[in-house]
Design a protein around this ligand. Structure first.
Ligand SMILES: NC(=O)c1ccc[n+]([C@@H]2O[C@H](COP(=O)([O-])OP(=O)(O)OC[C@H]3O[C@@H](n4cnc5c(N)ncnc54)[C@H](O)[C@@H]3O)[C@@H](O)[C@H]2O)c1
Ligand SMILES: CC1=C(/C=C/C(C)=C/C=C/C(C)=C/C=C/C=C(C)/C=C/C=C(C)/C=C/C=C(\C)C=O)C(C)(C)CCC1
Length: 534
């Protein structure tokens, strides 16, 4: 799609003195209750869908201008991706928003209609990063609209063209009193943080995330934090090395590796390290036959500061560059680069790359790989595992991460309908699909006591009467099926199931059915054999 002919307004910082009014307008709109109407929310989501369609040329041009992001990636992972997200919310909103009957209620209270009512949290602030400047503010917005919140968005100032197009798009197409965009950097974010919000959703670095969380704590404002991490990839001897190399290369080349989930380093079995590196080079050639610099498909680094941050990692590494290594500051170009390292202290292991460079660290075995990965960063945002079933199971069992992908680069985080989020210092909370709705929703438990029940409720009123309590307890308290050592006691119920299930408690009902099947088959076989003998 041609993106070059579109005119984008120069970046304009929102004046600090209007920020309180922007926030109070959004709060007043929420207080009017109009956002609680599902039809109102659906109309806003439908308008956002068509706004994305109509503004697509401007958004693609802005992504090209800010990040040199090609139209293909911009459409696939930003504009079209959010359109699909919008449709998913529109198509499922009624189900997500439905009041749910609570089933885990003791029979004693079952007539009190316990339920969970889904209520919008209120007015929320969405702060975005630069790497997917459209997706990472608009997907949270889809969740906020779906949940019935009003919202103010603060896009990254490092992608000014995207910020300006989104401001125009949102404020011209959505309810202006409910949704607004504030543009700017630290002073504007600080001014926004001085306002009262019902939730803050922040996507960005762990360093700024902790500033936001600290400030939010002063007013006990809940936060959803989507942060970064030093994400490991594991490649064992049993992995398909060619595929692992190709898929990991994709993960490092999409958006020039400026992807929060992409691998920082690859822990590869030392016996196959050389072969793996050869396959990386082959994949590079296949993806960029004329070299990465000449390709329209490789984004550039967002600015000189980040270019120099990445360059410094390469300058300071003690490792050996085994693929790539070219750079051109005038174009903010960095070639997809692999560095063979042998020390945990290497900057290529310790710092978040957030660019097209990664390290390859040969290991003796999977246990060593897991020890290293847990030492580098115990709670990364993502983890990628290539190996056989037993190995990938071991990796998932012995190391945590926000999300994980087996046999691919971060595909668990590429789909708009499934929950996405970090763990520990890589993030708090999740969103996307139903999780986006839940992220901005208060799950309010409601019960309703009928008038006629009052006689039954006598037991709770003063003056207390021990005999009434004992009576209630005799009828309603459940008995434990375990002793003081924590061992499950084998009572009459256990033995009944033991005999009916033909011995052992393994396999549950399915196991018992299988055993019965064997017995019945054996019986018919013996009848058949006897009949043949006659
Ligand atoms: N988990 C995720 O979904 C996810 C997605 C994308 C990026 N990230 C992470 O984000 C980082 C890169 O993005 P970035 O450089 O735009 O992040 P950043 O933290 O520098 O900036 C994010 C936002 O915070 C604002 N900001 C910056 N400094 C601030 C301060 N001192 N006080 C208040 N606000 C401030 C910026 O204006 C921007 O809008 C990487 O660490 C990456 O891993 C995480
Ligand atoms: C061919 C037919 C079919 C099968 C089609 C298949 C299997 C298609 C596969 C498509 C793939 C692999 C698409 C990849 C998409 C990648 C995306 C969208 C990446 C997204 C990246 C994101 C969101 C990044 C986020 C970054 C963050 C959060 C932080 O920085 C059938 C089976 C459909 C039948 C018809 C024919």
């Amino acid at each position: 799609m041609a993106a070059s002919k579109v005119l984008i307004a120069p970046f304009e910082v929102t004046p600090l003195d209007i920020i309180p009014a922007v926030s109070s307008t959004a709060r007043a709109t929420f207080a009017s209750h109009k956002t609680k109407d599902l039809q109102w929310r659906l109309v806003q989501l439908r308008k956002l869908y068509w706004a994305l369609d109509d503004f697509k040329p401007s958004l693609l041009a802005a992504l090209q201008q800010d990040l040199h992001k090609g139209g293909y990636e911009s459409d696939f992972t930003e504009v079209d991706w959010v359109k699909n997200d919008c449709l998913h919310m529109i198509n499922n909103l009624e189900t997500f928003a439905k009041t749910e009957k609570l089933k885990d209620v003791p029979v004693t209270y079952s007539m009190m209609n316990f339920r969970v009512k889904k209520e919008p949290l209120g007015t929320v602030l969405i702060i975005g990063p630069y790497n997917f400047p459209v997706q990472l503010v608009l997907a949270p917005l889809v969740g906020a609209i779906g949940a019935g919140c009003t919202a103010v968005i603060k896009p990254s100032e490092l992608t000014p063209a995207c910020a300006m197009v989104m401001k125009e798009m949102i404020e011209s197409r959505l309810d202006r009193n409910a949704f607004a965009v504030v543009n700017g950097a630290v002073p504007e974010t600080n001014a926004l943080m001085d306002e009262k919000w019902d939730k803050i959703m922040f996507t960005g670095s762990a360093q700024v995330g902790s500033i936001i969380a600290r400030k939010a704590a002063e007013t006990l404002t809940p936060v959803c934090l989507e942060l970064g991490g030093r994400n490991p990839a594991f490649v064992t001897k049993k992995a398909n090395l060619a595929l692992a190399a190709r898929r990991l290369m994709w993960g490092k080349c999409l958006n020039a590796g400026q992807v929060c989930m992409s691998h920082n380093y690859v822990l590869v079995d030392k016996d196959v390290a050389d072969t793996f590196i050869e396959f990386l080079k082959i994949s590079y050639k296949e993806m960029f036959p004329n070299g990465a610099k000449a390709s329209p498909d490789l984004s550039r680094i967002v600015n000189a500061r980040h270019f120099n941050r990445i360059k410094k990692m390469l300058d300071e590494t003690k490792g050996k560059i085994v693929m790539g290594g070219q750079m051109d500051e005038s174009e903010l170009f960095i070639e997809p680069t692999a560095v063979l390292v042998d020390s945990l202290d290497d900057p290529m292991m310790q710092e978040e790359s957030f660019g097209p460079i990664f390290s390859v660290y040969p290991v003796d075995n999977l246990d060593q790989a897991l020890n290293i990965a847990n030492a580098v960063h115990r709670t990364p945002l993502a983890l990628m595992a290539f190996g056989d079933k037993a190995e990938t199971t071991k990796i998932l069992d012995e190391m945590t991460s926000g999300g994980a992908c087996i046999n691919d680069a971060y595909f668990h985080g590429a789909v708009h309908t499934v929950p996405f989020g970090g763990v520990g210092d890589s993030g708090w909370g999740a969103y996307r699909g139903k999780a986006s709705f839940d992220n901005f929703t208060h799950f309010r438990t409601v019960s309703e006591t009928p008038n006629w029940m009052d006689k039954l409720l006598r037991v709770r009123y003063m003056p207390y009467d021990w005999s009434e309590l004992r009576f209630l307890q005799r009828w309603t308290n459940k008995k434990p099926n375990f002793d003081r050592q924590g061992t499950v006691a084998k009572g009459s119920g256990y033995w009944m199931w033991f005999f009916l299930g033909l011995g052992t408690d393994g396999g549950g009902v399915k196991g018992a059915l299988k055993r019965w099947l064997v017995v019945v088959a054996g019986y018919y076989l013996s009848v058949y054999v006897k009949a043949r003998r006659r």
